[in-house]
Design a protein around this ligand. Sequence first.
Ligand code: CR6
Length: 829
Amino acid sequence: IDRAIVEFEGDFFIKRFFVTDSHGNKIEDLENLERIKRALAEAIGGDGDGTVSVVKSTANRGIVVRRAGLVEGFGERKAKAERMFSLMDGFLKNDPFSLQKDILHHVEYTVARSRFNFDDYEAYQEGDAALGNGGLARFSACQMDSLATLDYPAWGYGLRYEYGLFRQIIVDGFQHEQPDYWLNFGNPWEIERIHVTYEVKFYGTVEDVDRNGEKHEVWIPGETVEAVAYDNPIPGYGTRNTINLRLWAAKPSNHFDLEAYNTGDYINSIVNRQRTESISNVLYPDDRSHQGKEMRLKQQYFFVSASLQDIIRRFKEAHNNFDELPEKVALHLNDTHPSLSIAEIMRILVDEEQLDWNKAWNIVCKIFSFTTHTVVAEGLEKIPTDLLGSLLPRHLQILYKINSNFMEELKKRIGLDYNRLSRMSIVEEGAVKSIRMANLSIICSHTVNGVSKLHSDTLKMRTFKDFYELWPEKFQYTTNGVTQRRWIVVSNPSLCALLSKWLGTEAWIRNADLLTGLRDHVDNTGFRHEWKMVKRLNKMRLAEYIETMSGVKVSLDAMFDVQVKRIHEYKRQLLNIFGIIHRYDCLKNMDKNDRTKVVPRVCIIGGKAAPGYEIAKKIIKLCHAVAEKINNDADIGDLLKLVFIPDYNVSVAEMVIPGADLSQHLSTAGHEASGTGSMKFLMNGCLLLATADGSTVEIIEEIGSDNLFLFGAKVQEVAELREKGGALKVPLQFARVLRMVRDGYFGDKDYFKSLCDTVEVGNDFYLLGSDFGSYLEAQAAADKAFVEPEKWTKMSILSAAGSGRFSSDRTIREYAERTWKIDPCQCPF
Ligand code: CR6
């Protein structure tokens, strides 16, 4: 079978489908068709009926069959149906009250009667809530899913940005950013809590007040903003436990500036009020650099202040002694972005609740734990004291006091080692005096986590060595994970059905360790056949998307080779592009006979560049320039295609990841703290081509080095290679590819010059040149494995079988048991 085609009845119901052979001829032979239908349906867990009745059936099967590809059709009709179905997916998945039939009838009826064109609905289709930049935020979303599913009593806090991460559009190969005003047509999943509001204050001065004969500092703020809670319930899977993600929106305070109104400056005072609303307006799109901008600091404090007021209010409803706080409340700092909460909670306890400083500090140090998601010291967040002092004068004082106490204690422990004291200080003296948010977080937290074993080792040996030597017991690692509920159950229903069938249970959805059971079937040819079918169906879905997005037709027999993630120099998308240029160059210089032995490839790259990150934007442009050349070279045909998938986001990932044969994770060793994309690909039976960086090291422990393609310098070798600088040996192929780009083989010679300079010998910080040889070897090994489908399939199965450890359920359980010391708390009814 080459393709299954679907015919629709009305706008989105499947009337019947038929299959075609590899020449595109419809298979008319009914008996044969029935047989194929049954085989196909069995393979993917359906019931063999590919008609409308399957889609309408009340069992979970219906949707599985539809998504699995029995109804994977082509053309406009199908696209419309897909859109409609994706709207309904949430209902159809679990359907505890058999709503499915009713909903389908209702939709059918409504759409049929409506005078609207189906396309009109598209504008209203729900998109991603893109409230974060990349791995850090997506990891938080996975953690929330696991917390709910494992019955932990936990809340998440964040900001309700009105503009999420920008939408990437590509014009002429260049990235352009478009605003993502995602709330325009409402957000049905949130609950506005108009009664849960807090005042958040900014600016002003600190004044001395007399309290029982003692002098105390008190903050007299200058500006007040209202924080309004919006709750986003997160239901657990297979449990009634539902937790809350509380997001704050800024609204102008109802405290009117009487002065302004009385002086008649009505218009200006309204304009000022509107300015305050802008705090929660927009997400900063840089995922790893911090620029010390005032609005960003305002956002952080707004978030922290509202969340802490909420937490303390709830605590006080049931308790009246702050000594109990550490027993009842654990606060986790997810990176340093919320670390102002340390100063804020000290301010609340000391200034407002009038606790003695030392007593408050002892309580606070038992509450916080901290995870850092950054590798290099330069990546750590710092806030200029000038900025902090003007926006939050009392907090700056508190931070200075925390620091001077810490310095005193430290001197007692390590003596007058001024270099070390200054390295460990919360305050960085220098051209711009600033507060080191990571040092603050470490000092106040009882536990400091890295996000993979390798990352944690780096933290202990390099980034936070001084702190590790002082408090070795604080340092732990909790390897990141991703939720199989989203990354298999939702995004790959056909694999989901296959797993349940062969594992004989759906229990893996709540216990990913059970996936190891797949190892028992790896030698079963029937199982492997079904596994291949599932991959093929997902490749069909992806191929169709690629064609719609880019107009490029791709062959399903080619290896789908994917690199999707934020664009960064350290992630080395450029290494991938250079590899593709090399492949193209080889093909062009190859004997026609030899070409028949070449494994056809579809190279897929996607990702956003931070708007101000010039080099990353040039990488995107180069990708398009190379794609243009290759894809239009008739001589190359299906042997090589390159597509850039625009606007990479969670929805796109849900389609791309299941359809990938190979995925690339190319960060220079020691630069990716963990990486979570690789885990999603692994779960979906996609082979990895990767460096020994971040969590890949642990993936190798689980699946064995035979089941992935490893390459590149190890973390211990990186420093030495860098020292060699200009004397580094770089393969000839690398020099040749670089020359092709420099010479304008892909056009825009001048534009690409500065990009080429970043990888020139002596300047090649991320070591593309020195890793290129071993990268090409790993690519050749992947080609070699791909021509042996049985071997490849086994590797694919063993990848998924070893992915259980990378479930965020494991991550969360470790945090709960070791860091937060909390027990599951089942919903009693
Ligand atoms: N950019 C790390 O770089 C890690 C995630 C989640 C990152 C990445 O390796 O997987 O966090 N770091 O831990 C930050 O965002 C600071 C990321 O997503």
